[in-house]
Design a protein around this ligand. Structure first.
Ligand code: NAI
Length: 318
């Protein structure tokens, strides 16, 4: 039988834990013994305004259930906010074992109508938000020789979605951060992964109506098989496992969608090996386009050096 997943003597920071997916992560981690920093700016879905009530409500729920939690109202969008969130954990509990970088807000616009302030807001809260909290957390985890980090990325960035250039690019950028943080953390017992979640929340309710209509039609087509699987609670088990000592995975991307959990990976085709003494012409590339695009024999590549190794192997064999 799988041993129970516990977080006794572990300290977790969950950003954006005042509602939606983050609230579920915080409640479950606390129920499994973690002391939790419940961070939330407490504003609206599009990142406007602030309040203490969202974080306070989740802390009250945790404490009422016999758990340990403190509230943090700092914004992940600034470096000072990120440092203050980590300081809250250190002041209250003396360490940081788990960081779930989950806070976020949503503003959509077609690329040619995307205002600068929307672009800045999305980059600040998602991409810089990931850096602002993970840098101070990483420093502490390195001292401890232990850490688990999960970044909330999105299929909107990793796969694409209309009207979400700013949001999607910021979210895809977090995968770049995760790739490097996991490599640099490996020697220090720090593991990091990225998440592509899907769940109904106040944020998903604000998605492009055309997308929601198409999703509604898909849901209707599967009928009873959908069950309750669009509930945020269905994402929690994967995230909690990724945050646990039991999980060996690092440097990976996982999707949790409608009760289906899957690893998502980038593969590189064997490709076309061109001339070596002088570069080919554009016409040569065009002539070998089918080989360039061939998917058979594609391999997963884990780093920049990994790509060099793959090409070197291919050249040796050619
Ligand atoms: P949500 O809007 O319910 O939760 C986000 C939380 O972050 C809110 O409680 C909000 O107050 C907080 N927040 C916003 N700006 C903040 C800031 N600057 N500092 C601290 N807290 C801040 O949305 P949901 O759906 O729970 O999303 C959680 C994460 O998952 C987000 O990063 C979102 O982009 C991502 N995601 C969600 C998907 C979904 O289907 N719900 C799909 C893909 C990604």
């Amino acid at each position: 039988m799988t041993p129970p997943i516990r977080f006794d003597n572990r300290v977790a920071i969950v950003t954006g834990a005042g509602g939606g997916l983050g609230r579920g992560y915080a409640l479950d981690l606390a129920a499994r013994g973690a002391a939790v920093v419940v961070n939330d700016l407490g504003g609206s879905f599009d990142g406007k305004g602030s309040s203490t009530s969202m974080a306070d409500a989740v802390v009250a729920e945790i404490v009422a259930a016999g758990g340990r939690a403190v509230a943090s109202y700092d914004s992940v969008s600034t470096s000072a906010g990120g440092q203050a969130i980590v300081k809250t954990a250190l002041d209250a509990y003396g360490r940081v074992d788990v960081l779930i970088s989950n806070a976020g807000s949503l503003r959509n616009a077609p690329i040619d109508e995307l205002p600068d302030d929307t672009l800045d807001a999305m980059i600040d809260v998602h991409l810089k938000g990931g850096f602002n909290v993970s840098r101070p957390a990483f420093r502490q985890m390195k001292k401890q020789g232990y850490g688990r980090v999960v970044f909330a990325s999105s299929a909107a960035g990793m796969l694409g979605n209309d009207q979400q250039a700013a949001y999607g690019a910021a979210k895809a950028g977090l995968v770049g951060l995760m790739n490097v943080l996991s490599l640099e953390g490996a020697a220090h017992g720090i593991k990091a992964n990225a998440l592509l979640p899907t769940a109904m929340s106040r944020m998903s309710a604000a998605m492009d109506p055309k997308l929601m209509e198409a999703a509604g039609a898909l849901y209707a087509a599967i009928g009873d098989k959908l069950g309750n699987s669009a509930d945020p609670a269905f994402v929690t088990p994967l995230v909690v496992y990724l945050c646990s000592e039991a999980c060996d995975s690092s440097h990976s991307i996982y999707s949790a969608t409608l009760g289906r959990y899957a690893r998502v990976a980038l593969h590189m085709g064997a490709g076309w090996v061109g001339p070596r003494a002088a570069p080919p012409r554009a016409e040569d590339v065009a002539a070998h386009w089918a080989e360039v695009c061939e998917k058979r024999g594609a391999e997963e590549v884990h780093s920049l050096l990994g790509e060099f190794e793959l090409v070197a192997r291919r050249l040796k064999a050619a």
